[in-house]
Design a protein around this ligand. Structure first.
Ligand code: ADP
Ligand code: ASP
Ligand code: MG
Length: 457
């Protein structure tokens, strides 16, 4: 009986034939050993989900020719990847047929959007599912052919047949117990020696309607599948070698933490470290399954292992950054006592389904840091009765994360020392013991991140 590992590859790790070949080498090295079998979970090829969103928008605007042109571009790109993999004629033909079916379905969908003049979340999910379905078709054929001489069977499992979710299209909630039941058969096949390939991000309702679980959700799919299969380990293969002390695109000196606690990794993700989807860690923590973040470009690097309790205590784990933040300020009306303003503001947040990333309350004002993607302007409807509500745009939230923050004196002093030259517009600490967040102007975010990094790492 083999043990199971989950190997999730993100968009850049399957973006072209070279990337797919690298991923196959990784699967062979880290996913197929004596007694180990892998379930490979894939994202769409880099940029494809964005292209599909654009196709939906174009069809809604009635720009149907442009939408069809964009579908043809996707068709060509995927066919190009398939062709560059130099598979046998038979595999290439089989994969092309499956891909053609996906593009045909897209064209029908686009026509439907144009005719109805609407793109419902349900239709959007069907549209978006094309990306992951296409990448897995190509990858599974390439892997199958590569493993042919080892006599390892490769199955392509359609996530829509086992990854059950509720029907909140575009941000559907996975039904963990149902998924575990549905995955039993997959588990049996893997433990008896086969390899599986499937899609992250997509699933279906119990009525068989296609759903997606939110942008970047393939990481989350991978951990849920890992828990359902009682996997030994969940490997997230991406374009960086682990969870870094800060986004390396912003702070080039940032480095990968060899180990990080589940709590710090979740906090980093929640406050903007895009390397993991914020919900990824939850299921793995409950099941105690280690998660490793590794680079598909530099697979020899050790990456980061996320554990319940790393042996080494890390005081400060990293700096997370979220751009595109709005500051919403509710100034209490002199006629309304503050004790009634607070519940009205929080009730408005609940009604509009907005969770502020940071809050600060004083005797006359309530300040909230909100993501600009939220429907923040709708807060007016609820709050205007009791309070003047003002928004200020183009901010960024920086969060210093680490379980040592609470117990090590002097951290706040060091932090603010590093921000001497920067105008800090809001500070929030205490809600999470392992996170101090503050808001600066978008223009200052890079300097602030570099300065703090220099101070702490
Ligand atoms: P994938 O497509 O593999 O899911 P993502 O683009 O979603 O990859 O996530 C990887 C990116 O996350 C990196 O390229 C990096 O720029 C960004 N990132 C942000 N914060 C961090 C961090 N603390 N550590 C590593 N990467 C980070
Ligand atoms: N393809 C999806 C996205 O781009 C899911 C993922 O890659 O995790 O959001
Ligand atoms: Mg991602």
């Amino acid at each position: 009986m083999s043990k199971i590992v989950i190997q999730k590859f993100g968009g850049t790790s399957v973006q072209d034939a070279d990337a797919m070949r690298r991923a196959i080498t990784i699967v062979k090295k880290h996913g197929i050993k004596r007694g180990i079998r892998s379930l490979v979970v894939l994202s769409a090829c880099a940029g494809v989900t964005n292209a599909l969103i654009r196709i939906g928008e174009l069809s809604l605007l009635g720009k149907i020719e442009q939408a069809h042109k964009a579908i043809s571009d996707l068709d060509q790109r995927h066919f190009g990847i398939l062709h560059d993999l130099h598979l046998s004629l038979r595999s290439e033909q089989e994969a092309s047929l499956a891909l053609r079916y996906i593009w045909r379905e897209l064209r029908t969908l686009v026509r439907g959007v144009e005719l109805l003049g609407e793109l419902t979340p349900k239709m959007k999910d069907k549209l978006l599912s094309a990306g992951e379905r296409a990448s897995t078709v190509i990858f599974s054929h390439a892997l199958r052919e590569d493993l042919d001489d080892r006599q390892v069977t490769v199955h392509l499992f359609d996530a829509r047949e086992f990854f059950l979710t509720d029907s909140q299209f575009c941000s559907a909630r996975p039904q963990v117990n149902e998924i575990a039941k549905q995955m039993k058969l997959i588990g049996k096949r893997l433990t008896s020696g086969a390899i599986g390939v499937t899609q992250g991000f997509i699933g279906s309702t119990k009525r068989g309607e296609t759903t997606t679980i939110g942008r970047g959700g393939s990481d989350f799919s991978a951990t849920i599948m890992g828990v359902a299969l009682n996997a030994q380990e969940i490997q997230i293969w991406t374009d960086v070698a682990g969870i870094y002390t800060c986004d390396p695109r912003i702070v080039p000196h940032a480095y990968a933490q060899p180990f990080i606690s589940f709590v710090d990794a979740s906090t980093m993700a929640y406050f903007g470290a895009k390397v993991l989807h914020p919900e990824t860690i939850g299921p793995a923590v409950e099941a105690g399954i280690p998660v490793r973040v590794l680079s598909a470009k530099e697979p020899e690097k050790k990456g980061t292992t996320i554990l319940t309790r790393p042996t080494e205590d890390i005081v400060v784990a990293g700096i997370a950054i979220k751009r595109n933040i709005i500051l919403a300020k509710a100034s209490a009306n002199a006629m309304v006592p503050q004790c009634s303003t607070l519940p009205i503001v929080f009730n408005a947040l609940r009604t509009k389904n907005i969770v502020p990333l940071a809050t600060s309350v004083s005797f006359d004002d309530i300040l909230l840091a909100i993501e600009a993607t939220d429907k923040y302007s709708e807060l007016h409807e609820e709050i205007d009765k009791v309070s003047k509500l003002e928004f200020s745009h183009h901010h960024a939230l920086l969060t210093l994360v680490g379980q040592g923050l609470r117990y090590n004196p002097g951290i706040a002093a060091k932090l603010f020392n590093s921000l001497k030259q920067i105008n800090c517009e809001m500070i929030s600490y205490g809600g999470s013991e392992n996170a101090i967040s503050f808001v600066v102007s978008e223009n200052d975010v890079e300097t602030a991140a570099k300065n703090i990094h220099k101070e702490f790492f």
